[in-house]
Each structure stands twice: as structure tokens, then as C-alpha cells.
Design a protein around this ligand. Structure first.
Ligand SMILES: *Cc1c(COP(=O)(O)O)cnc(C)c1O
Ligand code: SF4
Length: 340
């Protein structure tokens, strides 16, 4: 049924440890805390220890010594039924899969990916909730990675949503074009196209992730009429230099992907060593805006703690000397955000 699974081709901890002379026990310990998984495609993009691909995918002891909370965005409280996050009136996020092709070390949902908790099991409850809430017009499939479902499972979800008359569009958030591009087939794209309008947001963080294979995956999706956007996470020592971000944004447009969001890292447990300051992001934005095609410039956003939503950070925003920044939520509430 799932022919693509045979081509997933994962690199084991022991192979990783042998290739780079690492301590396998240490890697096993960290992966007991937060799961480890890397595809050979992504692994082969590593050029040397500590490079941007490495930083994003190889377990690091610093993940285990960080005392942030694990659900700063209060996603658990905004969940009317398991697996669904309803924060904004007209749209919901549905966590349809707990699995990814690569487990990113900086993941904001790292407490739940790879552990199969509370996902898909209640799909009829989710469908009922969406049917009964006619204000929901936009359903965002997320996870984990929705494209780790089999085509048949995914189609079951899409067709159930398509049957709800007030659902006007479906979005899919996926890192598969980056981590496992072979999964994107013409068959998959043709299936998705039956449920238009479908929008896909990919997740490229570094120019070296844009390979001929990922370019091809994006072309297959775009040729099926799917509008492609990209969400980048701003990560220390990965893409926190203006030149890197500039190159990434231009290359994305060249593979028919429109930059959408640049995310300030959330304050999630196990990820403190990836975080940059807000000023780093503001400086990067200043280096993009006006210098590049407007299409290449994403919104730089912070997802406010407590589930207050995403706020764009604009050139006028200033981090005060005490490290705080005043932001206004979409509901007009003023909040103080604490930068690192
Ligand atoms: C990001 C997000 C959305 C989508 O927000 P857009 O700004 O429309 O892309 C919806 N719900 C939740 C909970 C989110 O975190
Ligand atoms: S692909 Fe997305 S959900 Fe999966 S580990 Fe990476 S960032 Fe997290």
C-alpha cells in the first residue's frame, strides 16, 4: 500500500556515530528524550560536523539541559478536541500525523512528534467539531508531517473536509520536499489537486536544502496548481546571517516557492541553544526589504506565548534596553515580549 515507505532510507544512530566518530551512547540518551530520525537524502547534505544541516538534525546534549516550559503557546488549552488547535476564529490546525521524515532538533512540537500521542485517533471527533463550527473556513493540516500519511489516509481526510460546505480551503504544512523529496510523486499531486484550493507551506531553512530533488518535488506540486509558500525558522548558526537568508529567499522564488513567514524561535524546552535575538531578525529583515524583490520578503513573526497569536515584527519595532519589546496582538491587546 505505502510503496514510498520502502524508499525512506533512514540513517541509524550507529551509522551516524561511526561516520563522524561520535559516542553512540550519548546519541541514544538524547534520542530517548527527543526522537532521532534522519533520511539518507538529508544526511547526505551534511558537508561537515557542525554545519547548518548538522545543527538542524543531529542530537546535541544541550537539548537535555534547558528549563523552558514545553507548551509555551498553550496549544494544549486551545485544543477543543484532541489533535485540533483552534486559536483564530476562521481557521484551525489539525495535527494529523506524529511522524516526520527527519526529526528537527529545533522543533517547536518536539514534545509530541515521534511519539504517536493523540493523533488521528479522533478524526471523527475532529470532523464533527469542524462541521459544527461554521466560522471555520481554513483548515491547516500539520503534525508531525501530513505527507508521512499514506496517500489513501490523506485522501480520506481531504475528502471529509471537502464535504463540509463552509471549509473553503485546505493548507498543508510539510517539510517533506526538503527532507524526503522522493515522497512527492505525480500521483500524490494529482490526488491533492482533486481537493483544490490546496495551499502547501514547505519549510526550507538553508540554501543547501534546495537540491535538484527538492526543486523537482516543488515543481510537481506547483504543476498540479498548488500554491507553494515557505515558512523558515530563524536559527542560530544556521540562517542568522543576512547573506544566507538573502540567498535562501531568492532561491525559493526560483523553485516557485513564495517566502511566507520567518519565525522567531518559540520558547520551547530543549531548543534554547537555537534561539537568536529579535534584533538579529530585525537586522535580517532590513537587509531584505527593498534590496530584493518584494516577493522574496517574508513576514517576520513571533508566536506570542499564551496562545495570543502571531504578530509581525516590523522595521519600527524596537527592543528596549531591558530586553523587552511591546507588541500588539491581532485583537488589539498590548503585550510585553521578553527577548533573550
Ligand atoms: C500559525 C497558525 C495559524 C495560521 O496562521 P496564518 O497567519 O493564517 O498563517 C492558525 N492557527 C494556529 C494555531 C497557528 O499557530
Ligand atoms: S518536520 Fe516540522 S514537525 Fe517534523 S520535526 Fe521538523 S519542524 Fe518538527
Amino acid at each position: 500500500m505505502s510503496g514510498w515507505r520502502d524508499t525512506l532510507d533512514l540513517v541509524s544512530i550507529d551509522e551516524l556515530a561511526a561516520k563522524f566518530s561520535l559516542n553512540p551512547d550519548e546519541l541514544h540518551t538524547i534520542s530517548g528524550l527527543y526522537p532521532y530520525r534522519i533520511t539518507r537524502h538529508y544526511f547526505n547534505l551534511i558537508r561537515e560536523k557542525g554545519d547548518p544541516i548538522w545543527i538542524q538534525s543531529i542530537p546535541d546534549l544541550r537539548e537535555s539541559c534547558d528549563d523552558q516550559e514545553s507548551d509555551p503557546l498553550s496549544e494544549n488549552c486551545l485544543s477543543p478536541v484532541p489533535g485540533l488547535i483552534h486559536r483564530y476564529p476562521d481557521r484551525v490546525v489539525w495535527l494529523v500525523s506524529a511522524e516526520c521524515a527527519v526529526y528537527c532538533r529545533f522543533c517547536m512540537r518536539k514534545r509530541r512528534v515521534g511519539c504517536g500521542e493523540g493523533l488521528l485517533v479522533n478524526s471523527s471527533e475532529v470532523i464533527r467539531y469542524i462541521s459544527e463550527n461554521s466560522s471555520i473556513r481554513d483548515v491547516i493540516l500539520s503534525g508531525g508531517d501530513p505527507l508521512m500519511l499514506d496517500d489513501e489516509q490523506l485522501e480520506g481526510i481531504l475528502s471529509a473536509l471537502k464535504n463540509i460546505s463552509h471549509v473553503e480551503m485546505i493548507r498543508i504544512g510539510t517539510r517533506i520536499p526538503v527532507t524526503f523529496p522522493r515522497r512527492v510523486t505525480k500521483k500524490l499531486a494529482a490526488m491533492l489537486a482533486k481537493y483544490h484550493p490546496i495551499y502547501i507551506n514547505t519549510h526550507f531553512n538553508h540554501p543547501t536544502e534546495i537540491t535538484p530533488e527538492s526543486k523537482n518535488a516543488c515543481a510537481i506540486l506547483a504543476d498540479a496548481g498548488i500554491v507553494l509558500g515557505n515558512q523558515t525558522v530563524l536559527i542560530k548558526n544556521v540562517n542568522d546571517e543576512p547573506e544566507t537568508m538573502n540567498e535562501l529567499m531568492c532561491k525559493l522564488l526560483s523553485i516557485r516557492v513564495r517566502p511566507y513567514y520567518l519565525h522567531q524561535m518559540d520558547l520551547v524546552k530543549g531548543t534554547a541553544h537555537f534561539r537568536t535575538s529579535v534584533n538579529t531578525g530585525l537586522d535580517i529583515m532590513a537587509s531584505l526589504r527593498g534590496h530584493l524583490s518584494g516577493l522574496a520578503v517574508p513576514y517576520y513573526v513571533i508566536d506570542l506565548p499564551g496562545g495570543k497569536g502571531k504578530v509581525p515584527l516590523l522595521p519600527g519595532h524596537e527592543v528596549r534596553s531591558d530586553g523587552t519589546i511591546q507588541l500588539t496582538t491581532y485583537l488589539g491587546e498590548k503585550v510585553i515580549y521578553h527577548d533573550i
